[in-house]
Design a protein around this ligand. Structure first.
Ligand SMILES: [Zn+2]
Length: 353
């Protein structure tokens, strides 16, 4: 069965896909490979000691520019279950699955959520300045790709990524499809991810059903409680403190769920220190769009930030986590910690706006 076919089955009818999975030995943990750190955390919480989770794109690494290595293919080859975000987030997964020979179930954690459309904004620094790659045509083949049963279009797919620039796959565009993939930034979607993960683990390891159910219910209660407190905190912000500029264009779902507007800094390559002209354009944007908060990481010169704040009255905030957890010692070591951290960063910065 082809990958695309199996992904469809995994999202539409998990049972069918799972019948192909080899029976697990009772004393062995379920070997799960998750595509990135946020999913790994979710799988660990739901699976507890019954699972052993490996992560392809670890904390602090960038899914959008990930380049799978032979070791990653070996991880997949040994897996009982693979968990992906879906919505085009893991543009590299087809060729990795093919390279690994993995033929088990693939769970799409975002299955069943209500996706937001993908924009054409830049998000990651690496992508800035490659406008031609962000157009709809560049994405169209990804969607077609999912509908095909054969693997021939892999070549097209990779060619497409490579036409973006001299650096080849280093230039993979943030937006891989018609949808914004960052659905976990809405805690209600995070709850859907957890339910999908619990269902998949139960199918892979029916003996653990009660454990997965209990762990998932406890986790869902925490997610729902955090959702309420994030909503309260955002509702408490002044009405004119709801438009933010951030260098990570990954908060569409957060904004949609909690009533905040996130804009990218116009015309700025968010990888490098901005030029004087770019700073001037940013100041112009802040004033024109009535921006309340600035959460950008590429301006490391505090004097520049102070000048922008002084000139415009904008509040300069700290780090927001979007696509990756922090390390274990950081402020976003888990999904719940990340969502709470982002909300309190926004709240603390904008409360007095
Ligand atoms: Zn992203």
């Amino acid at each position: 069965m082809s990958l695309a076919r199996r992904v469809l089955l995994a999202s539409a009818a998990l049972t069918v896909a799972m019948t192909a999975t080899a029976a697990l030995r009772a004393d062995e943990p379920v070997d799960v490979v998750a595509s990135f750190s946020i999913l790994s955390d979710m799988v660990s919480v739901v699976g507890g000691e019954r699972v052993r989770v490996e992560t392809l794109v670890g904390p602090g690494e960038d899914v959008h520019v990930f380049d799978p290595a032979p070791a990653d293919a070996r991880l997949l080859a040994d897996a009982d279950l693979v968990v992906l975000n879906g919505l085009g987030f893991e543009g590299w997964i087809d060729r990795l699955v093919e390279a690994s020979g993995y033929d088990g179930a693939i769970v799409v954690a975002s299955a069943g959520i209500d996706p937001l459309p993908g924009g054409d904004e830049k998000h990651h620094a690496e992508d800035a300045g490659h406008d031609e790659h962000a157009d709809d045509d560049a994405h169209a083949d990804h969607d077609d790709h999912d509908d095909h049963d054969d693997h021939e279009d892999h070549d097209d797919h990779e060619d497409h990524d490579e036409h973006a620039g001299e650096e080849g796959h280093e230039e993979v565009q943030h937006r891989h499809g018609a949808f914004d993939p960052h659905a976990w930034q809405d805690l209600a979607n995070g709850a859907a991810y957890v339910r999908n993960i619990a269902a998949a683990l139960t199918l892979a390891d029916p003996e653990g059903a009660a454990t997965y159910e209990a762990n998932a219910q406890a986790y869902l209660a925490q997610i729902e409680a955090l959702d309420r407190s994030v909503r309260q905190a955002m509702d408490a912000l002044p009405a004119d403190a709801r438009t933010i500029v951030t260098s990570h264009d990954a908060f569409g779902y957060f904004g949609h769920a909690y009533g905040i507007v996130f804009l990218a800094p116009e015309g700025m390559n968010t990888a490098d220190e901005p030029s004087a002209a770019e700073i001037a354009a940013l100041i112009d944007q802040i004033e024109r769009e009535h921006i309340a908060g600035l959460f950008v990481e590429n301006i490391s010169d505090n004097r520049v930030l102070e000048r922008i704040a002084e000139d415009t009255g904008v509040v300069v905030g700290g780090t927001l986590f979007s696509d990756s957890l922090s390390g274990p010692e950081g402020p976003a070591a888990t999904y719940l910690a990340m969502m709470g951290h982002n909300a309190s960063q926004l709240s603390a910065a904008l409360q007095g706006f």
